[in-house]
Design a protein around this ligand. Structure first.
Ligand SMILES: Cc1cc2nc3c(=O)[nH]c(=O)nc-3n(C[C@H](O)[C@H](O)[C@H](O)COP(=O)(O)OP(=O)(O)OC[C@H]3O[C@@H](n4cnc5c(N)ncnc54)[C@H](O)[C@@H]3O)c2cc1C
Length: 371
């Protein structure tokens, strides 16, 4: 069966970023529809992360990651306050486990101040020991503006607001093709019953996360206009059991080494603690958490929490980052692409961390550039 429709904007993907884009677009357009292939919102990256509201301290000064994280953090806190989304400004400790790392901490504190991510407090090892008797480190930074959000409640609030603003979200429906038609775009979708629909629209936002490059290809974007490659990078989490050494801070991070921010400890709003994520480049999408990695995780955490043991850890969940650089690659920024050959289309590529924090700022940016 083929149905047809006409709307002002189609957003592909009901993750936190797609919904934030839809929210912004509903403020100025009459008809916005979000198309999502899963049964509900945020089933991929958006519910498979640390749930941390980042301060924006790690990325280069002139990057989108820095700008949108800092803007997004403020928007997100305001959103949570005004929409009753459970969250907490918990603050975060970043610990230096060696003398060399201590110098990196100082550089990070200077950088955070320069980019406007806030003043970080430098603590000596003794000061940390007073606050956190089980932690061992040479020094630490305390970031007061970092926090934690209930991602499921956040997604629900975004979706509710989109619908209240007369936007629509359609689940169990995948985008299969995007093709130009005079000044518009035709987006062809198929639902799980095999029914296809063609939607005519002036604007398309590709917020398909890990599948964003597939969508770019399906839209007919020329090869020279899509120079990117995505390297899926898996991050697993282990839950800390009741017997694990106690910690008071909700967020305890080592200094980043390699592809992720380092295996950290987070406590969610219910107080449940997790260790993770690690960073492992993969060829196939697979969300299982390998129990046998408990030892490796315990080793990583033991660098700053020496009493942790593999028996304190049980497999929890995993998320997969759409990285724009492979193993050993350097920094890669978010891509918000508005190809010349595709007026009215925005492709969001490589929206890994801190995409949750930045989501509302990305939405505002997309609404501005899409026309
Ligand atoms: C391990 C890990 C930890 C992280 N920790 C943090 C953190 O603590 N703080 C932070 O700020 N950020 C964090 N992030 C990043 C954050 O989770 C992401 O940036 C954010 O969730 C991206 O949202 P999204 O909407 O772009 O992607 P997604 O949530 O993945 O949404 C994309 C959606 O598109 C849908 N889709 C794909 N193809 C199609 C199609 N053809 N048709 C219809 N729908 C389609 C998918 O089903 C999916 O629902 C983390 C990420 C990972 C992986």
């Amino acid at each position: 069966m083929v149905g047809s429709d006409e709307v002002d904007a189609v957003v592909i993907g009901a993750g936190v970023v797609g919904l934030a884009c839809a929210l912004e677009l509903t403020r100025r357009l009459d008809s916005v529809v979000v198309i999502e292939r899963e049964v509900g919102p945020g089933r991929e990256m958006s519910s498979r992360n640390s749930g941390v509201i980042h301060a924006g301290i790690y990325y280069p000064e002139d990057s989108l990651k820095t700008r949108l994280c800092i803007e997004g953090k403020q928007l997100l806190y305001r959103w949570c306050e005004t929409h009753d989304v459970p969250h907490a400004r918990t603050g975060k400790l970043i610990v230096a486990t060696s003398a060399e790392d201590e110098e990196r901490l100082r550089r990070l504190a200077r950088h955070a101040k320069e980019v406007g991510a806030g003043e970080l407090e430098l603590l000596t090892g003794a000061e940390v020991a007073e606050r956190e008797p089980e932690l061992r480190c040479h020094a630490a930074l305390y970031s007061p503006t970092s926090g934690v959000v209930d991602v499921h409640e956040l997604l629900a609030s975004f979706l509710r607001e989109v619908r209240e603003a007369d936007g629509a979200a359609v689940f169990h429906t995948a985008v299969e093709e995007i093709r130009p038609s005079r000044r518009d775009w035709i987006v062809r979708t198929a639902d799980t019953m095999g029914r296809t629909t063609e939607i005519r629209t002036r604007r398309v936002v590709n917020a398909a996360g890990l599948s964003a490059l597939d969508i770019a290809e399906k839209s007919g974007l020329r090869r020279n206009e899509r120079p990117w490659r995505l390297y899926p990078c898996k991050g697993s989490y282990f839950a800390l059991q009741a017997g694990a050494p106690p910690t008071k801070h909700s967020l305890i991070y080592p200094l980043p080494h390699g592809a992720g921010l380092g295996v950290h400890i987070t406590a969610d709003l219910s107080g449940a603690r997790r260790a993770g994520p690690d960073a492992k480049y993969i060829d196939e999408i697979d969300y299982t958490v390998d129990e046998s990695h408990a030892e490796r995780f315990a080793e990583a955490v033991a660098r700053y929490l020496p009493a942790i043991r593999p028996e304190h850890l049980t497999p929890d969940y995993a998320g997969i980052r759409p990285k724009l650089v492979g193993p050993g690659g350097g920094f890669a920024d978010f891509v918000i692409a508005t190809p010349e050959s595709q007026p009215g289309v925005v492709h969001l590529i490589g929206i890994e961390s801190p995409g949750l924090t930045a989501s509302l700022a990305i939405g505002a940016n997309v609404s501005k550039v899409i026309g």
